[in-house]
Each structure stands twice: as C-alpha cells, then as structure tokens.
Ligand binder design. Structure first.
Ligand SMILES: CC(C)(COP(=O)(O)OP(=O)(O)OC[C@H]1O[C@@H](n2cnc3c(N)ncnc32)[C@H](O)[C@@H]1OP(=O)(O)O)[C@@H](O)C(=O)NCCC(=O)NCCS
Length: 419
C-alpha cells in the first residue's frame, strides 16, 4: 500500500516550487488534485519542444496528479473550490503575495471552512517582514539566500547553481512541514498553516557558509584555497573547494573537454596511499604535505601535482585508479552521462513515460525509496483531464449540477468582450 494512501491534496500550485512538493507527495501515494485556472499552469506552454503538447517543464513536475479546471474568479468556481476544500486534507498554493487573500481565501477563512485542513504556502520571502510583498523566482531566491555570493571564484561574478535549490529545495522543505502538520492534525483534529519562504530554504541549504561566516570572526579559514582573513566579513567564493574539513577539488582529465573532470577529496586517511600512487615514496614523505595542516597551506602545489598525474587518464580511468585506494571521488557527470548511466537506470532515476500529446519522454525518478511502497510513476495530466471525474467522484455532483456550473462559467474563462 502507498504510504500516503487516503490523503487528498487540493493543489493550486504552479511553476516549479509548489509542483515539486505535490509531485513528491503524489509519488508517496496521495491523491493530488491540481486545480488550474482555465488557461492552465503557465508552464504547460513554457519552453515547448513539441508543438501543441504540454512542455517538459510541466510534465516533469506534475506526474501522478489529476487536473481540474476551476475559474476561481467566478462565484460558482469559488463554490466548487470550497466544496473541494471540505474534502481535502491539505490545500497548497505558491501564488504571488496576497493572491489568495484577493480571491477571498485567507488562512483564517480556509481554516473556518475546514478546521482539519492543513494549508501549505510557498512565498519568496514569507508573509511578514520588509520583503513580504516581493515575488520571487529560483535565481532571486539563490541571490537573496546566500547561495550566489558564495558560488564562483572571488575575482569573478557570483554564480547560480544548476540544482534548483530555490524552487525544488523549497518544495522539499514544505513537504516535510506538511507531513509533520498532518501528523499533528491526526492527534488534535486541527489543521495549521505551513509556510516556507524560498529565501529561508536557500539559507538553510547554505548553513555551512554561515558556519564559516562566524569562524571568520576568530581567524582565517585555513581549508579555503582562496585568501581569507580574520574580520573580513563576508564568506568569499571559493571555487570548487570541498566545503568541509577535508580538502577537495575538481581535477581536469583527458581529453580535457568541458565535463572531463573528476572531483577528488584528499581525505586525511588516504593521503599516504594517494601520494605513493601519484608521486612515489618521495611525495608520500614530502614534508610540505605531511599533515592535513601542511596540505591546507600548500594545497595549490598539491592540486598541481595531482592534475599533472591525471592528465594522461580519462575521468573514468583516474577514478579506477583512485577507487582501490579508497579515495572519495566522482566524475563530473553531464546530463548525457546521467541519462545513459547504468547505475541511474538501475535505481529507476531516469524513467520512460508515454504521453498522449508528446509520445515517449523521460522523467527523473523518485529519489526517496520506500521498501514497502515504492513509487509508481504515471504521466502528468492534460489540462482539465479529470474535471468531470473529480466533480462526480469526489464531490458527488450530478449531471444537472455540472451542467449548470458549466453554463455559469465555473470551469472556463469568461468570453472576451467585443471592443
Ligand atoms: C511565481 C510568481 C512570481 C508568478 O507570478 P504571476 O505569474 O504574476 O502569478 P501570481 O501568482 O502572482 O498570480 C496568479 C494570478 O492568477 C490568478 N489565478 C490563479 N489560479 C486561478 C484560478 N484557478 N482561476 C482564476 N484565476 C486564478 C490569481 O487570482 C492571480 O490573479 P491576480 O494577479 O489578478 O490576483 C508568483 O506566483 C510568486 O512569487 N509566487 C511565490 C514564490 C514562488 O513560488 N516562486 C517560484 C516559482 S517556481
């Protein structure tokens, strides 16, 4: 049986941050009803690769959900929303600031309509504080949560990371909050409001940088490959430094293309074996690298020696040399490498699906593996595919009720007025 079987979620989320969360909960077995405006989630049409088909942006974030179209700006649409709200355990949204309030559904109102419902909300900066009125997208959150200022090289511009820590990271945080709130609701009978701000989520993911921020009050950061000094204030960008107590770096390998790199961690315990392999006894006994403190001081020299050795090997060959020495390392995997990787396929992390509009396509699989209830991944819904099904099965509406709501515009945009 699926872990969240019996939990119904009214999902008003859009774009990436919210849908990440609801897709995950759907993969855990919740019945996720995605409530969309008549024109659908904007991502259905964004970055389209197949004409007239839902984009991969949409399909990759909305699997295992049902789609119902409801015009929340019509009185009848609001009635349908309220009926659904009463049948759900969780309601979720990641609209811009104040949108749901303008539609007439503050948390207080939602709570009064269904005291058991848990409400999940993602905002760029939360509902309080000087930034509360701002909208946010991924890179805005990366900029404001500390990720960008600490990514890149000191002499270059700040960089965003390809991992969507602002959007997907926030969705994951929200999933944890919702499951905790559900657990509490089961004991108390009362739902609660669960809010995650994207900026807060990114700060949480940058925790080790705030560790270093405070260490700078007491002295330089000896493991950093770039210059640091006591009292310098902000944590500098430090390229590919490991970020932990052990030294690490990406080493360029043969044939020296953009992804021909191996990330190598020179863990204290493995130095002697590594040094012996790349520079023989002389390097293993070289006092410049004898202890971790020496290697920290002379790390530029150490990386040069490792790079010199690696230049004759591909990243996989170099990895094969380091694995028996127990050196923690990993090749920089391109999207192409990953899509074709046997290990990835074997773990169901690159899953082929079929879709009525676009045919075969792939989704990244479910990274959380439950032994008794593994995820079964199903394609995303087309716009409004389950409107009737949900109205009949969940709300028990009959033909007449559905027809009159349709005629009143509950499920469609009002016709454009003639100019
Ligand atoms: C992502 C974001 C910037 C997009 O901004 P946007 O495209 O202007 O969308 P908003 O959420 O502000 O507004 C949605 C509009 O659609 C309307 N709408 C939403 N669902 C509707 C429905 N079912 N029926 C009718 N109208 C609907 C809302 O009422 C709102 O209209 P309004 O502006 O007249 O009040 C914004 O939603 C945001 O900041 N969200 C919070 C942070 C976030 O999650 N960002 C990450 C995105 S990956």
């Amino acid at each position: 049986m699926e872990a969240l079987k019996g939990i119904r979620i009214l999902d008003m989320t859009h774009v990436q941050a919210g849908p990440t969360c609801t897709q995950l909960l759907a993969w855990l077995g919740a019945d996720v009803i995605k409530l969309e405006p008549p024109q659908g989630d904007a991502t259905r049409g964004q970055l389209r690769d197949v004409p007239n088909a839902d984009s991969l942006y949409f399909t990759m974030l909305n699997c295992n959900k049902r789609s119902i179209v409801v015009n929340m700006k019509s009185a009848e649409g609001k009635t349908v929303f309220v009926d659904l709200l009463r049948k759900c355990d969780i309601v979720m949204e990641n609209f811009g600031p104040g949108v749901l309030d303008r539609l007439g559904f503050t948390w207080e109102k939602v709570h009064s309509l269904n005291p058991r419902v848990v409400m999940g909300s993602i905002k760029g900066f939360g509902s309080s504080g000087p930034y509360a009125d701002f909208k946010a997208y991924e890179n805005v959150a990366q900029a404001m949560g500390g990720a960008m200022s600490t990514t890149g090289l000191p002499e270059g511009p700040p960089f965003v990371t390809g991992a969507q820590i602002g959007d997907t990271g926030t969705g994951l945080h929200l999933a944890i909050g919702l499951l905790a709130a559900l657990h509490q609701r089961d004991r108390t009978g009362e739902g609660q409001y669960v809010e995650v701000a994207m900026m807060d989520g990114v700060m949480n993911l940058c925790r080790v940088k705030f560790r270093d921020h405070q260490r700078l009050f007491r002295g330089p950061l000896s493991e950093y490959s770039v210059e640091t000094a006591q009292g310098m204030g902000a944590v500098p960008r430090a390229g590919n430094d490991s970020g932990g107590g052990q030294l690490g770096n990406a080493i360029h390998c043969k044939p020296h293309g953009p992804n021909d790199w191996l990330y190598v961690v020179v863990q204290e315990a493995v130095w002697e074996g590594l040094a012996n392999r790349i520079g023989g006894d002389a390097l293993a006994k070289d006092p410049r690298f004898a202890k971790i403190a020496d290697r920290r001081k002379n790390q530029d020299e150490m990386w040069k020696l490792i790079t010199e050795f690696a230049k004759n090997y591909t990243k996989r060959e170099f990895m094969a040399i380091l694995n028996p020495l127990d050196v923690p390392c990993g090749p920089i995997m391109s999207t192409e490498d990953l899509a074709n990787d046997e290990h990835v396929r074997g773990r169901d992390m690159w899953v082929e699906l079929d879709h009525p509009q676009r045919g075969k396509w792939f989704n990244v699989g479910m990274p959380i593996k439950l032994s008794a209830s593994p995820a079964v991944i199903k394609r995303s819904p087309t716009l409004g595919e389950h409107t009737e099904e949900v109205l009949r099965e969940v709300l028990r509406y009959d033909d007449n009720k559905i027809k009159s709501l349709q005629q009143a515009g509950a499920f469609s945009a009002p016709p454009k007025k003639a100019a």
